[in-house]
Each structure stands twice: as structure tokens, then as C-alpha cells.
Ligand binder design. Sequence first.
Ligand code: DOR
Ligand code: ZN
Length: 343
Amino acid sequence: MKKLTITRPDDWHLHVRSGAILKTVIPYTARQFARAIIMPNLKPAVTTVAHALAYREEILQAVPETVCFNPLMTLYLTASTTIAEIKKAAASEHVHAFKLYPAGATTNSDSGVADIKSVYPLFAALEKYDMPLLIHGEVTDANCDIFDRERVFIDTILTDIVSAFPELRMVVEHVTTTEAVQFVQSAGSKIAATITPQHLMYNRNVILAGGIRPHYYCLPIIKREHHRLALIAAAISGNAKFFLGTDSAPHLSSLKETACGCAGCFSAHAALELYAEIFEQANALDKLEAFASFYGPDFYRLPRNSGAVTLEKITWKVPAVYGENGIAITPLKAGEKLSWKIQ
Ligand code: DOR
Ligand code: ZN
């Protein structure tokens, strides 16, 4: 196959930051995706509708005029979130979900929730107002091995949330394990999951074997090969519970190439191209369109996009770094070749 045209896709999990980094990264998302779910883990966190709307304006200002892009905003759920704010968010056409970060789980998660049971009244309100809850599914217990944190979260926290709030729509974000895939598959129709390119492409050797490679460090951390194979199987299965969410999470290269580097892979520069390569290698290019363009909007109860994008089979080399004027962000696959390119 030399060309592939699909309905314009959306990215259901994206970090774009603010200021100069936002200006650097947003054009890459906007040229391929019609919409993206924007993560609220700024400093300070986006906890109110007013803040989300102001942030949305900042994003729109940074989008090139030649493209049409709709940022779908989310609010950061904290112990101080009020039911009134949930009601307001549900009434806003621009706010589409709340994000739950267990406190300390990842980048800018210090305002996250320390005691998940204590926010059950907020989950009840989300359920009542039919606002999806997007979950960073990892426990933060220092005694829990970092490779087990997603599985333990499912066993000790998520299973209980799902049974306590049967009508609450939830997205288990960036699933990384066989156990998470099985959990989502066997849960009811309200439970879905996003899958990132890095978790589909790599196992944990990429971070550690033959040298330490900080640009592959993200959270949840990339796992063993058998988990990767389970994620591939889920992504190409045609099961509408699994859809595209890059979790593209740009950090300055200097903050990753250091003694205690930040978590996050920048993949927005070539997101759809990366997924195309993954699906092609799995002999499942015919399953890409539904994963990238149909199942996400169906879950969020938004219309599917009407436009199209065409990918061409062309080899191109990913730049070593993106950005200028003091901004340097190392992308996923820096300096490597990719085999698909958006026209
Ligand atoms: O690797 C990650 N980076 N995982 C997250 O959950 C957050 C993200 C970020 O914001 O950098
Ligand atoms: Zn994320």
C-alpha cells in the first residue's frame, strides 16, 4: 500500500503545556488531528472552568491560522473540587472530562488526590452529570515496585470505583499492562482506555539495555514484551473500548537528560505516522481508522470528524530536536527513519 486515507483523527490524551513550549508543539498536533483532549496538569493545575476556558484561548492563539483545531478541555480533580464546579463543567461546551491523578503519581501531580475514597462524593457527581473521569491508574505507594503500580491500582482502587459507580464513564489512560487490557475488556461498556505509541512500540529494554535512555522514560513506565504484545492485540482488535491517545508529553531535553529526568515522551511531531507504522507491522492497517477516528468520539459522544487525512508511504528522518530560541525538545524516534508521512 502506497497511500492511506482515513477520516481525520483525534488525540484523546495530550499534554501541550503553555507559553513557548505550547507554541512549539501545538502545530504538530493541529496539522493531523481535528481535536485533542488537553491534559490539565499545568502549574497551577487547571481546576476550574474559567481557567480551562482561558487556557483554551491560549491554545487557539498558538494554532496556525491555516488549520482548524478544537482543544477539548479537562479539569484537574482535586480534594477541593466542588460539586458546583462539576455542574458548571458539565454545562460547558468546551469541558469534556475530569482527570484523576493520584497525588505524586507523575509530572505536576502534587495537587492530585491522596485519598481516593475521600473523593467518592465527587465521582457520584460526575456520574450524575455524566462527565467522564480520566484516570492515571497507578498507585503511588513508595513500597510498590514501579513496574507493578498499574496492576496494583487496578486491584486495589479501580475495581472498587467501577463497582461503586456503574454509570460513570471512565477512561483508563495510557494502559501499559496485560492486566489493564483484560480489566477494560471485561468491564462494562462505560469503561474505555487509551493506548500510546511508545507503549505499542517498545518494551522496557529500550530504556535500560545497553545504556540509559531518558527520552523513553514516561509514566506509567514501559513494561515487558508480553505486555506490549497484549497492547498491540487490543489496539488492532476492533474493540471500540481501545482508542488513540498519544500522551505526548513534551519536556525540554535538558530536563530529561539529567540526573533526575522528567517523565514523558514527545510524540506529537509524528503521532499518526507512528501509529500507522505500528498497525502496518501488525498487519492491521485496516483497523487504524476506527482506532484513530471512530471509537474516541463515540465514547465521548461527539460527532466523528468529516474531513480526511492521507498518509503516504515515504521514508523520512525525524529531526534530532524540535524548537528554537532556547526551546529544545527531543522527539520520540529522534534521528530515526519513519515510513509514513502525512501529505
Ligand atoms: O510520562 C508522563 N508524562 N506521564 C504522565 O502521566 C504525565 C506526563 C507529563 O505531564 O509530563
Ligand atoms: Zn498524560
